[in-house]
Design a protein around this ligand. Structure first.
Ligand SMILES: [Fe+2]
Length: 322
């Protein structure tokens, strides 16, 4: 069962056990910081609270892409405010990364910095199509960014000046997989030689046609199907056990969202930074969704070639933002 592990008073600076927090995350817990563990000027927060997202509410968030230094879905046509927003999101992304590089040092050499996001909508009563809803329990999977077994680690900050963000969590992936893998069904295993050949051919074709579509592994297909199944199953949503969590103004939390089923029931104005943690950086890879699924199915569910392209091995300590 998911626990909230509170980390106060710069406890992380002691550095006595650098594996402690990674271990807690891999066990499916939430790391909770009652106050933001890095500087976040009030003037920047006040600016964010005035920002609106672009017209279509089907777009879930305002996104900041660190590798491109680009903001998408911002609702303003005013260049000065767009630039200011980008600057603030860039700084948030940098400070969150700098902090977590110290806290989660065993991951920091290998993780890949993914998008940051700003969530200006009130989650309660928000009108979204079922598969995009945040208020239904789910495990995370990205439709356009296959993970090939890498983990989705997310760090959130509630910048709402007065209201908590209200989450529920339910079972962890290992329980969900056991319960539902026959309904969701695990795709066929990877035939390495064939997949490698097809993969190269396909990539060349896609590149030449100007498309940037990434290829899903059987693992990614399962995770996407699981995400959709959970949101669409009213039986699961209604009958599963639920733990409630309140994240007050100014607090932060980190969790592996591909492992812990979660939903945001209420709350407005949160920031978030995502990290993709490859299997090789995990302390207990046997606890990861990939290992659990490979064990249940007895199949290979990822293609090592794509994994190597997504996560080239670093020879020095650095934060990749590719
Ligand atoms: Fe989620």
């Amino acid at each position: 069962m998911t626990r909230k592990i509170t980390i106060e008073n710069k406890e992380w600076e002691k550095g006595e056990n650098r594996f402690k927090y990674c271990e807690a995350l891999e066990d499916g817990n939430i790391l909770f910081f009652p106050t933001t563990p890095f500087s976040f000027p009030k003037e920047e927060i006040d600016f964010l609270l005035t920002q609106r997202q672009s017209g279509s509410s089907s777009r879930k968030n305002i996104a900041y892409k660190p590798c491109l230094d680009q903001v998408t879905n911002h609702g303003s046509n005013d260049l000065a405010s767009t630039l200011r927003l980008k600057e603030i999101l860039r700084d948030y992304s940098l400070r969150a990364t700098e902090f977590l590089t110290k806290l989660l040092q065993p991951y920091a050499n290998d993780w890949k910095l993914d998008y940051a996001s700003f969530r200006p909508f009130q989650e309660k009563g928000r009108k979204l199509r079922v598969r995009a809803r945040n208020d239904l329990l789910h495990v995370d999977a990205f439709p356009t960014r296959p993970m090939h077994g890498s983990r989705i680690l997310r760090f959130f900050t509630n910048i709402n000046p007065s209201d908590s963000r209200h989450w529920i969590t339910s079972s962890e992936f290992k329980e969900l997989a056991k319960e539902f893998y026959q309904i969701v069904s695990i795709p066929k295993s990877v035939n390495y030689s064939l997949a490698a050949k097809l993969g190269r051919k396909m990539k060349r074709f896609l590149k030449s046609s100007g498309l940037k579509k990434a290829l899903r592994s059987p693992y990614d297909t399962f995770m996407m199907n699981m995400h959709n199944f959970l949101k669409e199953s009213s039986a699961f949503q209604e009958s599963c056990h639920k733990d409630h969590w309140e994240f007050p103004p100014g607090s932060c939390w980190a969790v592996f969202t591909d492992q812990v089923s979660h939903a945001a029931l209420a709350g407005q104005y949160a920031l978030e930074q995502t990290f993709l943690v490859p299997q090789r950086a995990l302390l207990y890879p046997e606890k990861s969704p990939l290992s659990i699924l490979e064990q249940l199915s007895g199949k290979n569910l990822i293609d090592q070639q794509f994994l190597r392209e997504l996560f080239p091995i670093h020879t020095h300590h650095s934060v990749s933002n590719g």
